[in-house]
Design a protein around this ligand. Sequence first.
Ligand code: SAM
Ligand code: SF4
Length: 360
Amino acid sequence: MVSLALGIPGIRRDPAQLPPTVGRPDTPGLIDTFGRTARDLRISITEKCSLRCTYCMPEAGLPAIARENLLTATEIARLVAIAVRDLGVHDIRFTGGEPLMRADLAEIIRQSAAVAHLPGGGMASISMTTNAIGLDHRIHELVEAGLTRINISLDTVDRDHFARLTRRDRLPSVFAGIQAAKDAGLTPLKINAVLMRDTLAGAADLLQWCLANGVRLRFIEQMPLDADEAWARDNMVDAAELLAVLGTRFTLSQPHRDDPSAPAEEWTVDGGPATVGIIASVTRSFCEACDRTRVTAEGTVRSCLFGDDETDLRALLRNGSDDATIAKWWRAAQWGKQSGHGMDRADFVRPQRSMGAIGG
Ligand code: SAM
Ligand code: SF4
């Protein structure tokens, strides 16, 4: 493996120097040696962010990626076309960092939506995960460009707590973004909240707020992907602890789980129809049903959040490689996907990149 000075260790810069292609590069679809098929593509488009959530970013932000090293809107759309047309992907999600930090976000969505035609007819979904800061000013251009769904991250509805957790006093802007997304018809709107010890006390208030505002809440167990490396298994709040806290205010019952690859377990609240989801990434891993593949903002494929192995598609995009060659390398990268993350084991080793640098 070759690592050059990109500031991020482990990135393979030259596909020619990768080990010989393993697996079955001519097999359609993004399959791996454990029999899983990736259909859900997460594309990080920036390392920049308007917040500094303690479970994700360092206080000073992530080291800046040089502009020329970021994929352009046209390069992103080319990868979307290859993924949807040749590799069986049917869901595209833009993430980061914060996608709204890219001035050309609407252009990225527009160009990607234009090529997201599923071979059997219909369109791949084009969605994004965002903190919603400033979303109210841009929602119309994004929807007009082809955005079909949105997930918004919100961990607390208490302004002081929000300011401490994100190191920015921007809760009113998030509320405005959520309202704008609802008004624009991006429903059902999902809210993601990372479960931490100091968010537990406000968890029932957050659920109450989401029920009152007609948005779907999902809690996510905190993963060891914080840039500050403060995560500790012993101090982690797990799904069981959250259920006990929510159970003091709400009656929760668990309905049947239809889709085993869906990471969230949905609990019916007070008899329904409202639900609350819990993504127990650490304590009830769903790795065996994982259907994701990821592209970082610099254009490397990362088949698993926790696998530091990356394959450089940007070099292929820029050296004149044709779509078939890019698809071949992508398949080879996915073929090498590890079986799981092992976060709950004593011998677990953290990945080198943090969540904001991979794209959550
Ligand atoms: N900035 C956008 C946002 O916050 O929605 C998109 C990028 S963020 C990295 C994507 C998702 O990852 C967010 O829902 C965030 O809450 C989640 N996340 C970040 N760090 C995490 C961690 N250590 N454990 C679990 N989820 C995390
Ligand atoms: Fe920014 Fe999202 Fe990370 Fe929070 S979770 S610091 S909003 S990238």
